[in-house]
Design a protein around this ligand. Structure first.
Ligand SMILES: [Zn+2]
Length: 388
């Protein structure tokens, strides 16, 4: 027998500051909104709110859209804290970086990998993130990439095949690109929405990057890219030329790269946790925004170069060191992330959007940057249901 469908409406009220990103009313004070069937059905002034089946009084707190973390590498095993400690203290460290994670990931069971993803996703929820993109890329074999994506798919629809993360040891790059664009893509495509390449000196060059992304597109995946993290390169313009949703990192951009992004629908994803953890210079968000480029902020959560799951941390750094205003940084961490994932149902709290939001222990979203490192998320809700 079919269970009757329960439609219970919830009024969230007494909101001191509500960030909606609505075109006319992006930020409201003394506000309220109504959720029904997991979606926002009304928002506006508290005094004009309609009645609902249930009510949640947030006592003057700020409410923001859930963070959309558009770039992470959560399917991994192992720990690289010794490498981080060595880097931060100027000690030499000889271990194999990303290869350490590949070896640990291959050795882990599916259950161990899934438990590790679950732990990090829970950590993200507690910090206000309601949507996360998750990449493969620590398997680098057909079997290990496919199971990485199958595991990621248990946690998000935004899964990305990143077989072209690095070339495995003792492998010829041309042979590896053939594997990635052939049998590996065939096994991975059913579990992925996106295809990604690490386009950088020492990883994959322009020709290999184009070959991988075009094969992915032909298999029904949508392209995004890691570009210009360590130096200028061809990645950004390749991404724009292929209509990629995102070019992420963008730390070293030429004027031509900025112009190309500005005239495109490709979002520049900035990942300040990487520069923080590697002591590299931060990307110049101000330059991109002033040129008219759409900017997203994401954690790049991974055990090597950026082991943070905190979008609030990224906002703090973006405001302090990348020339973003608190409002721009929050936009980039919410609606900017949604744009990077080509989603119009998340990253905003307008009528029809998913009721993905967090309640802050603060009167304003500005506190996210103003009070760095402080756990300000009181509760996180996804599709109108409380997660944390
Ligand atoms: Zn990455």
């Amino acid at each position: 027998m079919r269970e009757p469908r329960l439609t219970v409406s919830l009024l969230v009220t007494n909101i001191g500051e509500l960030v909606t990103w609505d075109a006319e009313r992006p930020i409201l004070h003394d506000a309220a909104f109504v959720v029904e069937g997991g979606r926002i059905t009304w928002f506006g002034a508290r005094t004009q709110a309609p009645s609902a089946d249930a009510q949640r009084d947030v006592a003057g707190a700020a409410v923001i859209p859930g963070f959309v973390d558009s770039h992470s590498h959560l399917v991994f095993a192992g720990d690289r804290s010794a490498e981080f400690e060595a880097r931060m203290t100027g000690e030499p460290y000889a271990a194999g970086g990303i290869r350490t994670t590949v070896a640990a990931t291959r050795a882990a069971t599916d259950e161990q990998l899934a438990a590790n993803v679950a732990r990090h996703v829970t950590e993200m929820h507690a910090q206000g993130t309601t949507t996360v993109e998750i990449k493969s890329g620590y398997g680098l074999t057909v079997h290990d990439e496919a199971r990485s994506l199958a595991i990621a798919k248990q946690f998000t629809d935004e899964t990305t095949f990143l077989g072209a993360h690095v070339v495995p040891d003792d492998t010829d790059i041309a042979a590896y690109v053939d594997l990635v664009t052939g049998p590996m893509l065939e096994r991975c495509a059913p579990h992925a929405r996106w295809i990604d390449v690490f386009c950088e000196d020492g990883a994959f060059g322009a020709d290999e990057t184009r070959a991988v992304l075009e094969a992915g597109i032909a298999a029904g995946l949508q392209p995004r890219i890691h570009a210009s993290q360590l130096g200028p390169g061809p990645g950004v313009q390749l991404a724009v030329g292929l209509g990629a949703a995102a070019a992420d990192h963008c730390t070293y951009l030429t004027d031509a790269d900025v112009d190309a992004l500005a005239g495109s629908t490709t979002v520049a994803g900035l990942l300040p946790g990487v520069e923080f953890s590697t002591r590299h210079p931060y990307p110049d968000a101000r330059r991109l925004i002033d040129a008219g480029v759409t900017v997203a902020l994401a954690t790049d959560c991974n055990p090597g170069s950026s082991y943070t799951s905190s979008m609030a941390f990224c906002i703090s750094v973006a405001v302090r060191d990348m020339g973003m205003s608190p409002r721009e940084a929050l936009w980039s961490a919410t609606l900017g992330g949604a744009t990077s994932l080509r989603r119009d149902d998340i990253g905003r709290l307008t009528v029809g959007a998913r009721a993905d939001f967090s309640v802050l222990n603060a009167p304003s979203y500005v506190h996210l940057a103003y009070r760095p490192g402080v756990p300000l998320v009181l509760s996180t809700w996804k599709d109108g249901r409380q997660l944390v």
